[in-house]
Design a protein around this ligand. Structure first.
Ligand code: ADP
Length: 149
């Protein structure tokens, strides 16, 4: 069983994440979406909301499982018996950041990081931009896969 962990804050999940997840399902038997609980990072949406949005989007996809975790991603992968970490790459900034994290995770636990480059038309989407729009009362419905009230 090829199992991957797709870690992130998902504050909130966007079409950018969905793009990577759908393509990841072609490589792995199961993908665990792992919402990191970071005490220092103030989120805009509650953990329950973030989890709920994702569950709604993937309710018909049994090969996607949603979990929350704190601590090191490498430890979480070991606990879940996942040999792979799935991440998306939008640009060279993502690459520089991800490179050292992937190398550290490999050293810490041998877990292999697999990167998928965002589809054309999806690389401008980020949770940060969605939060900025939401904070300023704008319409971000085109950027996210869940229903916006
Ligand atoms: P983090 O807080 O760890 O950056 P995010 O929830 O922002 O977590 O992102 C989780 C993963 O999804 C990361 O690998 C990120 O690069 C990827 N990702 C986010 N948006 C996109 C996008 N538009 N295209 C491709 N990958 C994306």
């Amino acid at each position: 069983m090829k199992r991957a962990v797709f870690p992130g804050s998902f504050d909130p999940i966007t079409w950018g994440h969905v793009d990577i997840l759908r393509r990841g399902l072609k490589l792995f038997d199961e993908v665990i979406i792992a919402i990191g609980v970071n005490a220092e990072k103030q989120s805009m949406w509650s953990l329950a909301d973030r989890q709920g949005f994702i569950q709604e989007v993937f309710k018909d996809e049994p090969r996607i499982v949603v979990k929350t975790y704190d601590g090191l991603t490498a430890d979480f992968c070991k606990m879940e018996k996942a040999s792979f970490i799935l991440r998306g790459l939008r640009n060279s900034l993502d690459f520089s950041y991800e490179k050292s994290i992937a190398q550290t995770n490999k050293t810490l636990s041998g877990v292999e990081s697999i990167f998928i480059i965002s589809s054309p038309g999806a690389s401008h989407i980020s949770s940060t931009i969605v939060r900025d729009i939401a904070r300023n009362g704008g319409d971000y419905s085109k950027l996210v896969p869940f229903k916006v009230n």
